[in-house]
Design a protein around this ligand. Structure first.
Ligand SMILES: [Mg+2]
Length: 273
């Protein structure tokens, strides 16, 4: 599969979903898309036929507000109907609410309240070790989310239990809801912080699927400690007027903006076809 092409197609689905629903965290969705595509279409042992398989890999989107990216990938993978998602997303009574919800097929953990996903990922990875299961656990965190102190308890525990079946990503786009991470609460030296807690640390260009894929492969081969991949991303990646704009943390494209986004994404799609 052409993962770069798939990532552009998922971005089109995300922008369409946010535009038609009239709500969504579009900046963070477009930031994290390439990580999800590499994990779901190449690296993870998952699929709609495996949702009850105790050996399936586990995925937790701790930065749960990027749910439109996760739902777009799960729908495309066949966990549920893309049509149903697009018709009911964020509408009254729909199970497709604005943060991941485990009533939705394929979602392992309800998230959205920040700072909880990694602790549960540590528990899942520890349980896998105790049960002798081969599955791996992946958790995606936002860089703004690293301000939550609970993460650092989970990081301590992950190293203590030598959870080499656990991989965390930090979506390091340097923006959060109300400004740059450096203005709000500095996140500099992210790599040194995790290393000091005993993790294997990889730092990569986070919208480069080849780099993501190589890092996940390295994480799988690392023994005796968990791995964090600091993914240096661009918030809003793929749509020019959304990229690096703090206002697009949670904003909906107008009809004209939607048309422009689709035009840009179609041009990218043509490069990979
Ligand atoms: Mg961020």
């Amino acid at each position: 599969m052409n993962l770069k092409l798939k990532a552009v197609q998922i971005r089109k689905d995300i922008v369409t979903l946010v535009h038609s629903a009239g709500t969504g965290h579009i900046g963070g969705d477009l930031s994290v898309t390439d990580i999800l595509v590499d994990l779901y279409y190449k690296q993870m042992h998952v699929g709609p036929e495996l949702v009850h398989d105790p050996n399936r890999d586990r995925f937790v989107l701790s930065k749960g507000h990027s749910v439109e990216a996760l739902y777009s990938v799960l729908a495309d993978k066949g966990y549920f109907s893309k049509e149903e998602l697009h018709q009911t997303y964020s509408k009254f009574g729909s199970k497709y609410i604005g943060h991941p919800n485990n009533k939705v097929n394929g979602v392992e953990m309800n998230t959205g309240s920040l700072g909880h996903g990694l602790a549960v990922g540590v528990g899942m990875a520890l349980a896998g070790k105790m049960d002798g299961r081969p599955y791996r656990v992946y958790v995606v965190l936002g860089d703004g989310e690293m301000e939550e102190g609970s993460n650092w308890e989970a990081i301590t525990a992950g190293a203590h239990y030598k959870l080499d079946n656990l991989t965390a990503f930090v979506d390091r786009n340097r923006l959060q809801i109300s400004g740059t991470t450096e203005e709000v609460m500095t996140q500099e030296k992210q790599e040194e912080r995790w290393a000091a807690f005993g993790w294997n640390v990889l730092s990569i260009p986070g919208n480069d699927i080849d780099a993501i894929d190589a890092a996940v492969t390295k994480a799988k081969a690392t023994k005796g400690k968990p791995t964090v991949i600091i993914a240096n991303t661009t918030k809003g990646c793929g749509v020019s007027y959304i990229e690096n704009q703090v206002a697009w943390h949670h904003k909906v494209p107008t009809d004209a903006e939607y048309a422009q986004a689709m035009q840009e994404l179609q041009a990218q799609e043509a490069q990979y076809e």
